[in-house]
Design a protein around this ligand. Structure first.
Ligand code: AMP
Ligand code: ZN
Length: 472
C-alpha cells in the first residue's frame, strides 16, 4: 500500500515497524465546542485509513487524545486556553463543558460510522506523565525555565522544521494580531511545555509541579499520550493539515529529544474543508455541525459519502449544492443496490477476487476513496450474479462505512410501502375481509376472497411484517 508521507513528501510504501501490527495515533478534538463538519472530514478519512489497515489484515491499535486543557487560542502560545473561553461563554466549569462536548463529539462520530479508537485519553488524566517527560527534557538540556514557564529549546535540535514547508517566518501567522509575542522565548520557534506563572492566572485547571502550580502546553499532550499507550515507536500519526505546524513539528521535536531516536515514520494529513469564506474553523464561531445537517434533512452518511468522493489531500469546498449532488448520487446508488437485494445465486469466488481488485487498487494508491466508490458502481455493472455483487458491496462497505446495504433495504421497504398506498380501497377492503375469515378459520371464504382479489389484478403475500398486496 502506498501512502503520502508528509515527512518525506513522497508516496511511500507503508510498512509498519513490527510485522502485522500498526500503531496509530490521532490528534483528538479540543472539546470547547461542537466538532464542525471540517473537523469531522479529518476524522472520517482517518477512520477509512484505520479500517483499510484492518481490512488488509493488520492488527491496529489506535489512540486518540481529548484536548481538555492547554490549547491556547493562538498556536504561538498566546491568548487564553480555549477551554476557559468555552466555559466562560456557557457559564459552566471547564470540566462540565469538556464532558458535554466530548460526548457530543462521539455522538457525531457514531452518526458518521466513525469507529471509536481503541484508547481515548483526556489530557487531564495524564498530568503525571507530562511532568515526568518534561523533567527528563530539562535534565537532558532540551528545556529551560523562563518567566516561570518551561520552554522547549528548539536551537538544541539539528533540524526543527522537519516538514520543510515551514520556516521561522511562518511562525508569525500563528500569532494573532493584537496578542503580544512571548518575550521569555530564547528562540522564536521555542514552545511552552508547562505554563506556570504568567498572565494566565485566571486558568481554572491547575496542578502542582516541580516548577510551581500550573498546567501543560498542548503539544506535550499528544507526545506523552502516544508514548504511554503505543510505546517508543509510532507507525503513523494523523491529523488535519493545520496541525502539521507547529503542533506536529513540536511533537516530533520533544518526542525525539526525549527518546533519543526517531519516533514516527509516517505522517498522514487531511486537507481542509473550506467554505466560500475559507477554512471552516471553530474559533470563528460560525460553522456547520452534523446536527445542523440533520435538521436540514440530510442523512449524516450522505456527508460521509460526500467526503469520500474526493481525495483527502485536496481541499474540499462545502456548499449545499455540492451536498445535494452527493445526496442524489447516494440515493441513486442505493436504489440500484436495492434492486439486487434478493442476492440470487452463489458467490462466484473468482469473480469476487477479480472485482475486489478495483477497490483495493484504488485504496492502495494513497487511499483514493473516490475511485474506491467507483469500484462499487463497477460491481453493479459487472457480469456476475446478485449474490457476488452483494458480497462485494458488503465487503467494500466494511471500509467505506456508508451504510450501503442498510440504505438499500430502507429504500426497498419505502418503495413497497409506497406501492401499498396506491392500492384501491376496494382491494384493501377485500384483504381486510380475508384477514377476518382466516382468523375465524373460514379458509374456504379466505380462498374465495383471494381469487376475487386476483381477478382485480392484485396478489397477496404473507410476510413477517404482515400481509403485502402487490400488482400481478
Ligand atoms: P481541534 O478540535 O481544533 O483540535 O481540531 C480537530 C481536528 O480537526 C484536527 O486534526 C484539525 O487539524 C482538524 N481540522 C480543523 N479544521 C479543519 C477543517 N476545516 N477541515 C479539516 N480538518 C480540520
Ligand atoms: Zn495532537
Amino acid at each position: 500500500m502506498k501512502l503520502y508521507n508528509t515527512l518525506t513528501r513522497t508516496k511511500d510504501d507503508f510498512k509498519p515497524r513490527f510485522d502485522g501490527k500498526v500503531s496509530m495515533y490521532t490528534c483528538g478534538p479540543t472539546v470547547y465546542h461542537y466538532a464542525h463538519i471540517g473537523n469531522l472530514r479529518s476524522y472520517i478519512m482517518e477512520d477509512v485509513l484505520e479500517k483499510y489497515f484492518r481490512y488488509v489484515g493488520y492488527d491496529v491499535k489506535r489512540v486518540m487524545n481529548i484536548t481538555d486543557v492547554g490549547h491556547l487560542s493562538s498556536d504561538g502560545d498566546t491568548g487564553d486556553d480555549k477551554m476557559l473561553k468555552g466555559a466562560k461563554r456557557e457559564n459552566k466549569t471547564v470540566m462540565e463543558i469538556a464532558k458535554f462536548y466530548t460526548d457530543a463529539f462521539f455522538a457525531d462520530c457514531k452518526k458518521l460510522n466513525i469507529k471509536m479508537p481503541d484508547v481515548v485519553e483526556p489530557a487531564t488524566s495524564c498530568i503525571d506523565e507530562f511532568i515526568r517527560v518534561i523533567s527528563s527534557l530539562i535534565e537532558k538540556g532540551y528545556a529551560y525555565e523562563a518567566g516561570g514557564n518551561i520552554y522547549f529549546d528548539t536551537s538544541k535540535l539539528k533540524k526543527y522544521y522537519v516538514f520543510n514547508d515551514f520556516t521561522e517566518e511562518d511562525l508569525a501567522v500563528g500569532v494573532r494580531e493584537g496578542v503580544e509575542e512571548d518575550s521569555n522565548k530564547r528562540n522564536k520557534a521555542d514552545f511552552v511545555l508547562w505554563f506556570t506563572k504568567s498572565k494566565f492566572d485566571n486558568q481554572e485547571l491547575k496542578w502542582e509541579s516541580p516548577w510551581g502550580t500550573g498546567y501543560p502546553g498542548w503539544h506535550i499532550e499528544c507526545s506523552c499520550i502516544s508514548m504511554k499507550n503505543l510505546g517508543d515507536y509510532l507507525d503513523i500519526h494523523c491529523g488535519g493539515i493545520d496541525n502539521a505546524f507547529p503542533h506536529h513539528t513540536n511533537e516530533i521535536a520533544q518526542s525525539e529529544a526525549y527518546l533519543g531516536h526517531e519516533w514516527c515514520n509516517y505522517w498522514f494529513h487531511v486537507h481542509h474543508l473550506n467554505t466560500d469564506g475559507g477554512k471552516m474553523s471553530k474559533s470563528k464561531g460560525e460553522f456547520l455541525t452534523v446536527s445542523l445537517l440533520e435538521e436540514k434533512g440530510y442523512d449524516p452518511l450522505v456527508y460521509r459519502f460526500f467526503c469520500l468522493q474526493s481525495h483527502y489531500r485536496k481541499s474540499l469546498v462545502f456548499s449545499y449544492e455540492n451536498l445535494d449532488n452527493a445526496a442524489a448520487a447516494y440515493e441513486k446508488l442505493t436504489a440500484k443496490i436495492a434492486s439486487i437485494l434478493d442476492g440470487s445465486g452463489d458467490v462466484d469466488n473468482a469473480k469476487f477476487e477479480e472485482l475486489k481488485k478495483g477497490f483495493t487498487g484504488a485504496m492502495d494508491n494513497d487511499l483514493n476513496t473516490a475511485l474506491a466508490v467507483t469500484a462499487v458502481y463497477d460491481v453493479l455493472k459487472a457480469d456476475t450474479n446478485n449474490a457476488t455483487k452483494l458480497a462485494l458491496i458488503k465487503d467494500f462497505d466494511r471500509v467505506l462505512s456508508i451504510g450501503l446495504i442498510e440504505a438499500a433495504e430502507k429504500q426497498k421497504a419505502k418503495t413497497a410501502e409506497a406501492a401499498q398506498d396506491d392500492i384501491p380501497e376496494e382491494v384493501k377492503a377485500l384483504v381486510e375481509q380475508r384477514k377476518a375469515a382466516r382468523k375465524e378459520k373460514n379458509f374456504a371464504l379466505a380462498d374465495e376472497l383471494r381469487d376475487k382479489i386476483a381477478e382485480m389484478g392484485y396478489v397477496i403475500t404473507e410476510t413477517r411484517e404482515g400481509t403485502k398486496i402487490s400488482r400481478k
